[in-house]
Each structure stands twice: as structure tokens, then as C-alpha cells.
Design a protein around this ligand. Structure first.
Ligand SMILES: N[C@@H](CCC(=O)N[C@@H](CS)C(=O)NCC(=O)O)C(=O)O
Length: 203
């Protein structure tokens, strides 16, 4: 099994953190995104969406999409569970992960992809207004999550789950997208300090 990974790319980092939380080591192969290695024919056969991460199993099966990869890893290494332990917890983790993925992570990605000059060759057309719209949406959602994190320790409940990984990587990705984390989000900052201190955050 190997992980097709890329330096500084946020989605592969979500998988690396997930693996680190499980204590599972999977060899990585770095894909040169800047050199557009993933836009070539060889990579298209592995993932027609031409994106990383991709988990390639020993029999050649290629699993793309961060959440599909994490779910596969959860199936083969169930402990510690990061998707929830029972039907209600699993539903809540799914709900919160989707809130974060669709409400913050995607928005930060749009700000980066449509606002950063270095992404002009990847996002065609690059639409500056779309970056600005999403900057506002990401900040709105973060303010809302700040309130939620005033009521519990972690995103989906009282313990660390995959939803925390998604939010941690989104918040770290804000630096590349040039979005400042507002000073007054005290609960979010408390949560961020805690999850960043976990050894997995170094992945
Ligand atoms: N929905 C995909 C998104 C993957 C994705 O956006 N990967 C980025 C790196 S973080 C990528 O490969 N970008 C290449 C490109 O845009 O050309 C997932 O969850 O894995």
C-alpha cells in the first residue's frame, strides 16, 4: 500500500494526520504538483480527477478522495475510531465533518485557488471575486464554529474525530490563502491550540 502525497497540499495532510492518529505507517510517494505531474496521462489512469491524495493498494486498486481513503483506513484499523463508535456518534461526526468540509475547508480552498497568484496556472479562469465571496463565507462559518466550540471540547463532541482533522487543516491552510484568523474567536483558538499540540498535527 502507498499514499500518493504532495508537499504542502492540505488534502493529503488530512490523510497523514488520520494515519498518525491511528499509529499506522504507510509509505508515501510525492507527486510533483508544481511540475504538474498529476496532469499527465500516467496519473490520469490512477485518478481521473488528477488530484492527490490517492491510496494505492497492493493489488493496484486506487482509492482517491480524502474521506474515502480515511474510511478505508478506519475499516482496516478500527482503533482508535475517528468516525464515531455507534450509529448516533457516527452520524454526528459525519454531520460535523460535512459542515466543516463544505462550510470552511472548501471556502478556504477557493480563496487560495482563486486569489493566489501562484494558482493562476491551475485555476483557469481564476475569479478574484469568487475568492472574496468565499473569504467572507469562511469567516462567517468560523465565527459560528467558535460559538459551538464554547459548548464542547471538540468539533463533533467531547473527543477528537475526523471532523477536527478537517477543521485543523482548514485553519492551517488559511495562512496560504492569506486569511487572518480573527483575534476574538477565543473558543476556536483554545481548540486550535489543543489540536495543534497533538503529535499527529506535525504530519
Ligand atoms: N475532493 C478531493 C480534493 C483533492 C484536492 O483538491 N487535491 C489537491 C491537493 S490538496 C490537488 O490535487 N490539486 C491539484 C490541482 O488542483 O491541480 C479530496 O477530498 O481528496
Amino acid at each position: 500500500m502507498k499514499l500518493l502525497d504532495a508537499v504542502k497540499a492540505p488534502n493529503p495532510r488530512r490523510v497523514r494526520i488520520f494515519l498518525a492518529e491511528k499509529g499506522v505507517v504507510v509509505p508515501s510517494e510525492m507527486v510533483d504538483l508544481a511540475g504538474k505531474e498529476h496532469r499527465g496521462e500516467r496519473f490520469r489512469e490512477i485518478n481521473p480527477q488528477r488530484q492527490v491524495p490517492v491510496l494505492v493498494l497492493d493489488d493496484g486498486t486506487a482509492i482517491a478522495e480524502t474521506m474515502a481513503i480515511c474510511r478505508y483506513i478506519e475499516e482496516i484499523h478500527p482503533e482508535p475510531d475517528l468516525f464515531g463508535a455507534d450509529p448516533v456518534e457516527r452520524a454526528k461526526v459525519e454531520m460535523w465533518n460535512r459542515f466543516v468540509e463544505l462550510g470552511v475547508f472548501s471556502q478556504v480552498s477557493f480563496v487560495f485557488r482563486h486569489g493566489h497568484p501562484g494558482m493562476a496556472g491551475f485555476e483557469v479562469p481564476q475569479v478574484a471575486d469568487w475568492a472574496e465571496v468565499n473569504r467572507g463565507r469562511a469567516l462567517e462559518q468560523l465565527a459560528w464554529l467558535d460559538g459551538e466550540l464554547g459548548r464542547r471540547a471538540f468539533v463533533a463532541g467531547d473527543r477528537f474525530t475526523v471532523a477536527d482533522i478537517t477543521l485543523l487543516v482548514a485553519v492551517d491552510f488559511m495562512r496560504a490563502a492569506r486569511i487572518a484568523l480573527p483575534e476574538d474567536l477565543a473558543n476556536l483558538k483554545r481548540w486550535y491550540a489543543e489540536v495543534s499540540a497533538r503529535p499527529s498535527a506535525a504530519a
